[in-house]
Design a protein around this ligand. Structure first.
Ligand code: ADP
Length: 226
């Protein structure tokens, strides 16, 4: 569903968030106090406005009280990050995501009302580290610490087998749930234990990182034996 999202502060993180949200089809208002930043992002967002995000009057004039989501992407200037987060909450934006540099910055943002505090450098580091161990599971995404969702292309030794016989699902040996199977244009949502895997299927799995890694190691072993 299309949302109205404001991105405040167009450093490397803000630009990446703003342009991705716009490419996903959302209405994106990008705000930065630097004119050059505004010029460089103008063609990649719905509106780009040069303004000081710590000025309440300006934020009101920009209509920010009607936005559903705001992302405060300012990192270095902690005063600006804190003040704009307070003002955006005060304007009634229901979901304010604020970027923190470190724990102290993050705990301040949480206390003044940010709905979500994000640590981009730290999260990217974790993703890259998990990407090393979960390298062969495509599209791994961490969901809660230690647990994630991953896509696995059906390998030949899985084809023709039932999910339950392969040890997936409730009380299965993997403790990994297959919750979607993509089969060409079709998507099978919450497949039954009796569902058989076909060649070309993509399995979408959820489980602990440890179990996803074990499953992967087994898949690798089977691949060699084929
Ligand atoms: P990154 O590490 O992602 O590059 P920075 O913290 O260096 O992020 O960049 C933050 C951006 O936020 C800069 O483009 C800066 O001009 C902008 N910014 C900082 N303070 C304000 C403010 N009060 N109002 C609007 N933009 C701001």
């Amino acid at each position: 569903m299309k949302k109205q999202v404001a991105v405040i502060g167009l450093g490397r993180f803000g630009i990446s968030v703003a342009s991705t949200l716009y490419a996903m089809g959302h209405d994106v208002l990008a705000v930065d106090r630097s004119e050059s930043k505004i010029q460089s992002i103008a063609s990649e967002v719905t509106h780009a406005v040069q303004a000081d995000a710590t000025n309440e009057t300006i934020l009101k004039e920009l209509g920010l009280s009607n936005f559903e989501v705001a992302i405060v992407a300012i990192g270095t200037d902690i005063k600006s990050s804190v003040l704009s987060t307070i003002l955006l909450k005060r304007l009634g934006i229901p979901h304010v995501i604020a970027r923190a540099n470190d724990n102290l910055h993050g705990s301040i943002l949480g206390k003044i009302g940010a709905d979500v505090v994000t640590y981009p450098e730290r999260e990217m580091g974790t993703r890259i580290a998990q990407g090393v161990t979960l390298a062969e599971v495509s599209d791994y995404m961490s969901v809660v610490p230690g647990y994630g969702v991953a896509k696995l292309a059906a390998q030949p030794y899985l084809v023709g087998e039932k999910l339950s016989d392969l040890g997936f699902g409730y009380k299965g040996k993997w403790e990994v749930a297959v919750f979607l199977i993509q089969r060409g244009d079709e998507v099978i949502v919450t497949p039954t234990p009796g569902q058989k895997i076909e060649a070309g299927d993509i399995l979408v799995l959820a489980g602990s990182n440890d179990n996803l890694e074990k499953l992967l190691a087994e898949a690798k072993k089977n691949k060699k034996e084929e």
